[in-house]
Design a protein around this ligand. Structure first.
Ligand SMILES: Nc1ncnc2c1ncn2[C@@H]1O[C@H](COP(=O)(O)OP(=O)(O)OP(=O)(O)O)[C@@H](O)[C@H]1O
Ligand SMILES: [Mg+2]
Length: 622
């Protein structure tokens, strides 16, 4: 089914409001139709010399050949009506006034209901889309870029809402009004009205053609808008880099290019949109003009009443005026169809596996962590990032992973919290395959600190407690103390309540890392993953943190990627990796003796230590 209708169907959740709103639209249109029908008797009364007023009008209805009211009105009722042309007009206007009042109220209620339904439904869809994004596999988001997803959740839902408003609020009002006017026209003089509607099919063809064009260009425009979003976010998030590299012009150019594409697509829509209204106008004017000529002929031949002519034309004119905005509204709906398709594709994407409530939970890790012949090849790559690695790690063991850049350390450790699945092989925690348990129960047992610390806008306290909603202030302070973060936090103007800027930009790299370590400590994980967790911490603090972590890691399985020898030395076992494979494992001394690569790595490090007092003692500079 068309994505637009798929989402539009969500509005039926508010069925009662919809029915009430629809009724109101009908009442509003009916009021207008009655008004149109009343034009003829008013004209008759005023134009006809010696008109008796209400009694004459009503008895004409009573004696009409095949009218709805023929013979239904009692003579005594007619005799009781006030006479006089002016009184009749005043009465009719009074009744019309009341009808208009009711019509306006109904119109208000219709719009009110329609907007309520649309905004509530869109809020629901937005929420659903966002939920979906959060549950997408990491791989999908990394590949397609987060800004595209953000754009779909924020911009495209807005666009969809515009289409819904066009449909439910404006289009329905216009259609019911147009129909009421048409019915009134038929009521007054059906032959003339029939001629007028022969142009309808032609109108439909025009609208369809324009609509198709708009749909196509709208898809392009939405994609371009997502691109704008991406370019702007990237540049502004990396504003430091942009400024230092003086690439403002380059960035402006990049933005400009996408901006031009958006403009191009919008200009395509412009032609179609701009054409819609004049085309319809032209057609209606010509039709009405033709009818005028025809009617003039009939009047001159004495075959048509002047009042009938006027009121039919008025009715048809109103019908045409109601149909005219319809083209624009249909175009709005076309544009929102493009948005619906983009959101539909996002929501239709497969979510991350492992969230099925039927899956068993992983019990608290207490035995071992096993990598069983795992291999990972990133999409689009020919060489595997991880190539058939098997490794068994005892509970409570601290294992350090060393190796040159790009050898696959981060990739290997990302398999543990199941950020993605290996292509071949499996991971076992205490003999349970992690692909067969609830992923939440696995991740709850894992604490991760990486080089790129992600902090959220909020206070330092909130950032430390992120993911541990039940932590007390005391727990938080204790975790901060153990991560050696209490010192700098105490110096902050508001201590733990000091707000952290977006992405934690108001803190230094080392401070951010220490907050991340406190966050991991607070979670009290069974498995701790430290991927260059202390790379930005100064060496004195690192020594402190190292001591703390040593104590903290004692009864936990700890996987460390480190570039500093000191950290590596504290591990129970060292795994040397190269090009996606494990080259050797053992203790520092064993490896020094037998592993060439390790000797190289350590030698590079030791040289660094000698020249630079250990401030930057990176293992993998070779
Ligand atoms: N999202 C990705 N898409 C494609 N290839 C990737 C992706 N992430 C990593 N790679 C590739 O996989 C290989 C292993 O990367 P990984 O990040 O695991 O290395 P690493 O050992 O952690 O390196 P470093 O010491 O620099 O942190 C690299 O060759 C890298 O180019
Ligand atoms: Mg890495």
């Amino acid at each position: 089914m068309d994505a637009f209708w798929h989402f539009a169907k969500r509005m039926t959740r508010y069925r009662r409001l919809m029915i009430f709103g629809g009724l109101c639209a009908l009442i509003s249109a009916g009021g207008m139709g009655a008004g149109i029908i009343a034009i003829k008797p008013v004209l008759d009364t005023v134009l006809e010399p010696g008109h008796q007023g209400l009694p004459q009008i009503v008895s004409e209805w009573n004696t009409a050949e095949d009218g709805f009211l023929t013979g239904r009105i009692s003579q005594s009722f007619i005799d009781g009506l006030p006479t006089g042309a002016f009184v009749a007009v005043a009465w009719m206007m009074g009744v019309l006034g009341i009808l208009t009042l009711i019509g306006s109220l109904a119109n208000f209620l219709h719009q009110y209901c329609a907007l309520t339904i649309v905004h509530r439904t869109i809020a629901m869809i937005r929420r659903e889309a966002y939920d979906r994004v959060l549950h997408l596999p990491l791989k999908t988001v990394v590949e397609e870029g987060p800004s595209d997803a953000i754009s779909r959740v924020v911009n495209d839902t807005e666009m969809l809402g515009i289409g819904f408003v066009a449909m439910l609020s404006k289009a329905i009002a216009q259609v019911t009004k147009g129909l009421a006017a048409l019915i009134a026209a038929f009521f007054i003089h059906w032959q003339l009205a029939l001629i007028a509607i022969v142009v309808m099919p032609l109108l439909a063809v025009i609208i369809r053609r324009l609509g198709k064009r708009i749909l196509r260009a709208s898809t392009g425009a939405l994609t371009a808008r997502a691109g704008l979003f991406r370019a702007a976010t990237e540049a502004l998030q990396g504003l430091r880099v942009v400024k230092v590299h003086t690439t403002e012009r380059y960035e402006a150019g990049r933005f400009g290019k996408i901006n031009k594409e958006l403009l191009h697509q919008q200009l395509k829509i412009r032609t179609a949109r701009a054409l819609a209204s004049p085309l319809v106008e032209l057609m209606t004017v010509f039709t009405l003009g033709g009818l005028m000529v025809l009617a003039a002929k009939l009047i001159l031949d004495g075959n048509l009443d002047k009042s009938v002519f006027f009121s039919t034309l008025t009715a048809l004119g109103i019908a045409a005026a109601s149909i005219k905005p319809l083209t624009g509204l249909l175009n709005d709906m076309q544009a929102s169809r493009a948005a619906a398709e983009r959101i539909g594709r996002l929501i239709g994407q497969e979510t991350e596996p492992g969230h099925d409530a039927a899956l068993p939970k992983l019990t608290r890790h207490h035995e071992r962590l096993v990598f069983e012949n795992v291999s990972v090849t990133y999409p689009g790559q020919t060489r595997p990032a991880i190539d058939d690695i098997s490794l068994t790690i005892r509970h409570g063991e601290t294992v350090a992973f060393v190796g040159p850049n790009g050898c696959g350390k981060t990739t290997l450790l990302s398999l543990v919290p199941r950020l993605f699945d290996p292509d071949i092989g499996r991971l076992l925690v205490d003999d349970s395959d992690i692909a067969k348990v609830r992923v939440r129960s696995l991740r709850r047992q894992i604490g991760v600190v990486t080089q790129e610390v992600v902090l959220f806008k909020g206070s330092i306290r909130e950032n430390i407690a992120y993911g541990s909603p039940n932590a007390t202030d005391k727990d938080i302070a204790e975790a901060a103390r153990r991560a050696r973060a209490e010192g700098f936090i105490a110096e902050m103007p508001q201590g733990f309540d000091t707000p952290v800027g977006e992405q934690g930009l108001t803190l230094s790299g080392g401070q951010r890392q220490r907050i991340a370590i406190a966050r991991a400590i607070l979670r009290d994980p069974e498995i701790l993953i430290l991927d260059e967790a202390t790379s930005m911490v100064d060496s004195e603090s690192e020594e402190h943190i190292g001591a703390v972590l040593k104590d903290f890691c004692l009864k936990r399985t700890t996987l460390i990627v480190a570039h500093r020898l000191r950290t590596v030395l504290s591990a129970d076992r060292i795994v040397v990796m190269n090009a996606g494979r494990v080259v050797d494992t053992g203790t520092h001394d064993e490896l020094l003796e037998r592993c060439q690569l390790y000797r190289q790595l350590a030698a590079g490090h030791l040289a660094g230590l000698g020249s630079d007092a250990g401030v930057d003692t990176r293992l993998d500079q070779h």
